[in-house]
Design a protein. Structure first.
Length: 128
C-alpha cells in the first residue's frame, strides 16, 4: 500500500494502520470529503479505474459483525447464525472474519466469544 489512502490511529505509531487500499499500488486514492456516520466513513476517492466515486469505509471495531459499534455476545450470535444458515447476511461482514482465513465461519464466532469473555486479548480483521 502506497500513496494517500485511508488510515486509522490511536495516536501511537504502533496503533496506526491502513483501513483500506482503494487504489492499490503507488498511486493512492486521495480520499476527501470525509463524512463519519456511526461505524462507516463516507468519502470520495479515486480507485484508479472508474475515477472519483463515493466510498463507504467501515471503521468499526474488529469483531463487530452486527455493526452496532461494539463487540459483544450479539456479534458471536450473529456469526453463528450466519454460518449455519439461520441468518442470510451479516450487517458488517468485513469485521466478522477475525480468524483471517478469508471466510466467515464458526471459528470467527469462537474467537469473538473468547474475546468478549476475556480469553482472547484482541481481534484482528483483514483489510477489505
Amino acid at each position: 500500500m502506497r500513496g494517500v489512502e485511508v488510515w486509522r490511529s490511536d495516536g501511537t505509531e504502533g496503533g496506526t494502520k491502513p483501513v483500506t487500499d482503494i487504489n492499490p499500488g503507488s498511486g493512492g486514492s486521495h480520499p476527501h470529503h470525509l463524512l463519519p456516520m456511526a461505524t462507516t466513513v463516507w468519502l470520495t476517492a479515486d480507485d484508479g479505474v472508474r475515477g472519483e466515486e463515493m466510498w463507504g469505509v467501515s471503521v468499526g471495531p474488529c469483531g463487530d459483525a452486527s455493526g452496532d459499534g461494539v463487540v459483544n455476545v450479539v456479534d458471536s450470535l450473529y456469526v453463528s447464525q450466519y454460518t449455519v444458515g439461520l441468518r442470510p447476511a451479516l450487517p458488517n461482514p468485513q469485521h466478522a472474519d477475525v480468524s483471517q482465513n478469508g471466510v466467515v465461519d464458526v471459528v470467527d464466532s469462537l474467537f469473538i466469544s473468547q474475546y468478549v469473555v476475556g480469553l482472547r486479548p484482541s481481534l484482528a480483521c483483514p483489510l477489505p
